[in-house]
Design a protein around this ligand. Structure first.
Ligand SMILES: Cc1cc2nc3c(=O)[nH]c(=O)nc-3n(C[C@H](O)[C@H](O)[C@H](O)COP(=O)(O)OP(=O)(O)OC[C@H]3O[C@@H](n4cnc5c(N)ncnc54)[C@H](O)[C@@H]3O)c2cc1C
Length: 255
């Protein structure tokens, strides 16, 4: 089977950075224009033995960047990620021409605070939000009237692919706060930050930043357990409106 040009773009890897043996990012050149909104995902794939294997991946980059960026976690028994993991700079894969998803920044509801909660690669759409708003801020298109608060959970400190960039943004941007948290700190006595899963520290930071259902939209992205736990916590805090919690569940846990 050959991939037709109708629905797919060929993309070529222009850069790859490995953060850990099972976590890496790539940047790609698309052979044609690819328009998306921060928070959306692309469908990436490869051909293998005459079959197409494709999966959705959140876009890390901002629409204004000349390349498109993705952040992957290797699932050793998975169908696609072991194959993606072998691709190096210069390798080609394909991407569906149409981006998808509604996991975008809520600028309609009137709630000006945005609580972003993620596990590992689930930070991807939030990096896209922040890169985009940071550029808009620098160029006078965004007045800082929306405040973004990012909790980013991982098991170990090296799993935060974007920690340096996000820490720098949080130091520079008055409308952005960033808290990485590690749930297995015992091997890392030098870890200076928060300890626990993202959902463990959710209450503390929601209190500290005064984020409630009337002023805040919550966005939950990544691990299905984190999303279920966070949703339950937020609902108990009054986030009952259907539009008050957005979620992007990366996989369905086996029963
Ligand atoms: C909207 C959306 C956006 C996504 N964005 C990203 C992204 O930015 N980066 C990224 O790495 N992934 C992302 N994912 C997950 C991605 O689509 C694939 O599911 C993942 O890469 C595994 O693909 P695979 O073919 O290797 O494994 P599969 O063959 O699809 O899965 C094998 C088994 O592993 C489970 N599984 C899948 N992913 C994980 C995981 N991370 N940890 C543990 N178990 C898992 C599956 O439920 C299944 O039981 C996203 C998913 C969705 C729905």
């Amino acid at each position: 089977m050959t991939i037709t040009d109708e629905k797919f773009l060929r993309i070529r890897i222009s850069r790859r950075e490995d953060f850990a043996p099972d976590l890496w990012m790539i940047r790609v050149h698309a052979a044609a224009e690819f328009k998306f909104i921060p928070g959306q995902y692309a469908t990436l794939g490869i051909e293998h033995e005459g079959k197409r294997i494709e999966r959705p991946y959140s876009i890390v980059s901002s629409p204004s960047e000349s390349e498109i960026e993705f952040f992957f976690e290797l699932v050793p028994e998975g169908a696609l990620t072991p194959r993606l993991h072998k691709l190096q700079v210069g390798s080609e894969l394909f991407m569906r021409k149409l981006p998808k998803g509604r996991f975008t920044l809520d600028t309609e509801s009137g709630r000006k605070h945005h609580l972003l909660v993620s596990t590992v690669t689930g930070v991807a759409p939030f990096v896209s939000f922040i890169r985009t708003l940071a550029e808009d801020w620098r160029e006078g298109r965004f007045d800082g009237s929306h405040q973004l608060y990012l909790l980013n959970g991982a098991s170990r400190p090296w799993e935060f692919g974007y920690k340096e960039e996000l820490t720098r943004f949080s130091a520079e941007l008055p409308w952005f706060k960033y808290v990485p948290t590690v749930s297995r700190p015992w091997d890392h006595a030098d870890w200076p930050g928060e300890i626990g899963r993202a959902d463990d520290i959710l209450r503390k930071y929601a209190d500290q930043w005064q984020l409630g259902p009337t002023n805040t939209t919550a966005y939950l992205c990544g691990h299905p357990d984190m999303i279920a736990n966070s949703k339950a916590i937020l609902k108990r805090r009054g986030f009952l409106d259907r539009t008050a919690i957005k979620e992007e569940i990366y996989w369905i846990p086996p029963k």
